[in-house]
Write a protein that binds this ligand. Structure first.
Ligand SMILES: CC(C)(COP(=O)(O)OP(=O)(O)OC[C@H]1O[C@@H](n2cnc3c(N)ncnc32)[C@H](O)[C@@H]1OP(=O)(O)O)[C@@H](O)C(=O)NCCC(=O)NCCS
Length: 208
């Protein structure tokens, strides 16, 4: 399986980097190495509780000021665990999860697009907890999920993101997504503008 069992490592401060590059085995250095390493693998129904925990934490980290406070305060891990369990039973979507030494820290799901388009796939959700950001994990989760979707026959890809989620938009643009569409969504009773980024030649992007 091309997307199973690889590890990304966050850049380390120089004092650790030299030791790690030299392959030293001191326990303090190894401790740093393990804290900063993540494995990515397909998620199943047994991961529903952990995915719900990450979901709620990630939304509360990402969306203050963008989504209603009452909605974020009311997010429920047990409710989202039930939703995740149902979602993970479906064969229409694939979900990859990123795990660190203390548990899951991110995930990405994708499937056939909800808007019409032959061969168009959609990344339906992508979240990395703040503590694990800037380590290359978002890129790996996205490209590995895209690779699975390409293997299932998708030729292009779309991702919807809140219009005012500037950091995520910067990330998608950095990875070559082209601004393609706009729409509104209703979240927590508020109408929220969102925009779609598209990759036209998915196979070329993910190298399939
Ligand atoms: C957006 C998100 C998935 C990115 O994941 P990440 O692990 O932090 O990003 P990575 O470390 O994989 O970054 C990959 C590349 O994108 C670049 N990048 C990241 N954020 C960027 C930004 N705002 N603007 C420009 N480039 C950016 C990185 O510098 C890196 O570049 P390189 O690989 O060429 O060196 C993550 O920050 C996140 O989950 N944010 C909160 C939730 C969210 O907004 N999700 C999207 C909902 S649609």
């Amino acid at each position: 399986m091309p997307f199973v069992s690889f590890v990304v490592k966050k850049s380390l401060p120089d004092r650790h980097g030299a030791a790690l590059d030299a392959g030293l085995g001191r326990s303090d250095v190894n401790g740093v190495r393990h804290q900063l390493a993540y494995a990515i693998s397909p998620a199943g129904p047994g991961d529903a509780g952990d995915l719900a925990r990450v979901h709620v934490q990630a939304w509360r980290e990402t969306y203050p000021g963008l989504l209603p406070k009452a909605y974020l305060d009311g997010l429920s891990i047990p409710r989202h665990a039930r939703l995740w369990r149902r979602r993970l039973m479906s064969t229409h979507e694939v979900t990859l999860a990123a795990e660190g030494v203390d548990g899951l820290v991110g995930y990405c799901s994708g499937g056939e697009s909800r808007v019409p388009g032959e061969g168009l796939a959609e990344i339906t959700t992508l979240y990395v907890l703040r503590e694990a950001q800037d380590a290359g994990l978002g890129r790996r989760l996205l490209t590995d999920t895209a690779r699975v979707l390409a293997a299932r026959g998708a030729v292009s890809l779309i991702i919807w993101v809140l219009r005012d989620n500037t950091p995520a938009r910067g990330f998608y643009e950095h990875l070559g997504g082209k601004l393609d569409a706009a729409r509104v969504e209703t979240v927590g009773g508020r109408i929220i503008p969102s925009v779609g980024y598209r990759w036209e030649r998915l196979g070329g992007w993910v190298g399939t």
